[in-house]
Write a protein that binds this ligand. Sequence first.
Ligand SMILES: Cc1ncc(COP(=O)(O)O)c(C=O)c1O
Length: 439
Amino acid sequence: MLDRPTPNDLRAFWMPFTANRQFKSAPRMLVAANGMHYTTSDGRQVLDGTAGLWCCNAGHARPLITEAIQKQVTELDYAPAFQMGHPKAFELANRLVDLAPDGMDHAFFTNSGSESVETALKIAIAYHRALGNGTRTRLIGRERGYHGVNFGGISVGGIVNNRRHFGAMLAGVDHLPHTHLPENQWSRGQPEHGMHLADDLERMVALHGADTIAAVIVEPVAGSTGVLIPPKGYLQRLRELTRKHGILLIFDEVITGFGRLGSAFAAQHFDVTPDMITCAKGLTNGVIPMGAVLTTADIHDAFMQGPENLIELFHGYTYSGSPIASAAGLATLETYKQDDLFARAHDIAPYWEDAVHSLKGHRHVIDTRNMGLIGAVELEPIAGKPTERAFNAFLRAYEKGILIRTTGDIIAMSPPLIIEKSHIDQLIGTLAEVLDTLE
Ligand SMILES: Cc1ncc(COP(=O)(O)O)c(C=O)c1O
């Protein structure tokens, strides 16, 4: 038991994905945010190079969103999500499918990216069953994929530390190879080599039988494992093969959704339409937890059979489409539209690309890569101490007034879409200084 914790005692809070003891010995506290900046507890301004956790795409403290939440909480704070409705959830679903690629006609609301993934995987299996194809239960993910932290997500995911501590996970899961090839070093945008890696799906079909496979789930651009950009033609090939074998294709767009690549969704950017899209984060600009699964009419309609008085999908969350999250979502989509933020991201992306690649030649840098407003800088690991060099870069960068993120020895950046050229200069200029002083 804790001995009488005081209100500012750090011990009780078990922090997520954090080295708790290290953090609590030297905490980094943020107390305010506005536009492109955070304010730290010691009164410093820190430039947000990561849009929070890839979620505050419109920048911080956006008035439309703040006001919508304030108004909603006084008007209708909560409404039951099951067998009851409220107007804003329906309105948001309509706005979302308008924004999504043609063919995505329905939205199922969740509270996070992890829940969106679980929901999509369950829908995939239940969809095949509804069509009388109950043997299609296998799920295929990809090495180095990140699909959140719940059991379905870590099963299809491909990050060893997220999996190995947690037992056997879901049965009947297989993984495509990841798409990160050494010959693609220093690629600007989509790399040239690796389209053939999608053909591994044929091997899995040969091994398991197409009639046992429900779905393939991939991130169009993998973020959490260090920014892996899909090789040219890869996603198209995956679409062809999944279609050929009657397998559903799910794009996990939790980080690529809402303008990160300069279009509403990556599916539009790559001109590849999956059967389902999972999203979260930028849906509410990170302000209120919310996620969604977008599906085709085909998938939705397969459930709308049988007696009309019976529940069609035994799945949902207390906060699915909650009034406050829906209000935040609507105001967020309106903010993106009013400021034309997706086009803005598209327009500034070439400047961002040049800036990210200007880090080639700086100390320890062994690769740089980019796509839309995403950039990665890979560092040579310290022998015997993987992750330490990049983490030191993160700490020094924070001291020098920029927020970056690291995964392994890769620095990942994903700034708010409101970023100006001067911010890019500051972010990349400061990072260059940090790199050159690292051991
Ligand atoms: C591609 C992808 N899927 C799922 C998730 C999980 O989202 P959440 O942390 O909201 O559960 C993330 C989070 O970064 C993600 O990047």
